[in-house]
Design a protein around this ligand. Structure first.
Ligand SMILES: N[C@@H](CCC(=O)N[C@@H](CS)C(=O)NCC(=O)O)C(=O)O
Length: 228
């Protein structure tokens, strides 16, 4: 059975969504990042990047949420656009856009807003601005069509859902009004039974909630090593 290494964070949750959407049997294995379990040698053998999610499918290990979405969609033949070079180009472009833009800028925005030991106005605004700019690009596309790749619900929508549902945490509650089309997509996906099961997966395990010194040490390792 496919093994799914997860936490309740956004990147693992989008992979939980595709697992639940496809109905494939999987074993959910919690990795508690606030306890530093992502740095254990047995997990690093699966994902040398020490982050969640990762999957092990027989003798195949796949890490990075976007790679896993593509791997599982291609393996099952589900949640892909119709076959054409044009659709393939759009699929890859939007997957990479979420992977390299939406995800990292949203993550850094949350970090500088909520977790950095100093409130650095420049960093808070830079990451919030870039996250907002990326969400605006998604919103503009969704003003013209139902789903990210047209008329069909695909892994790109799942990828977008993973971060866009957290816009209140990334930018602040009031910002939802700026993205009505994105909100429509997020609300539609959130209402799907598969998305509800994916979001509830974190409650199956008693993940550490305290952000104490040990958690900060595990998650923010730059705090104990001066590089620049
Ligand atoms: N590009 C990676 C990013 C993975 C990532 O940053 N995961 C976060 C949770 S959303 C994590 O595991 N954080 C724990 C840590 O940084 O130690 C992906 O999309 O899977």
């Amino acid at each position: 059975m496919l093994k799914f290494y997860y936490s309740g964070a956004p990147n693992p949750t989008k992979v939980a969504l595709i697992m639940e959407e496809t109905g494939m049997p999987y074993e959910a294995i919690p990795v508690d990042t606030r306890k530093g379990e992502q740095h254990k040698p047995e997990y690093l053998a699966i994902n040398p990047n020490a982050k969640l999610p990762a999957i092990v499918d027989g003798d195949v290990a796949v890490f990075d949420s976007n790679a896993i979405l593509l791997y599982l969609a291609e393996k099952t033949g589900k949640f892909l656009p119709p076959k054409s070079d044009k659709a393939r180009g759009e699929l890859l472009s939007w997957l990479m856009f979420v992977a390299t833009g939406v995800g990292p800028y949203s993550g850094q925005s949350v970090h500088f807003r909520n977790f950095a030991p100093e409130k650095i106005a420049y960093a808070i605004n830079r990451y919030a601005f870039e996250a907002q700019r990326h969400f605006g690009i998604l919103d503009a596309r969704l003003a013209k069509q139902k789903y990210m790749l047209g008329d069909v619900y695909t892994i790109v929508d799942m990828d977008v859902w993973g971060w866009a549902r957290l816009i209140p945490t990334v930018l602040g509650e009031a910002h939802w009004t700026k993205f009505p089309n994105l909100k429509r997509l997020v609300d539609e996906i959130t209402a799907r039974p598969a998305a509800q099961r994916a979001a509830a997966l974190k409650d199956r395990h008693n993940f550490k909630t305290e952000m104490d010194d040990a958690a900060r040490k595990a998650l923010f390792r730059h705090m104990s090593e001066k590089v620049a």
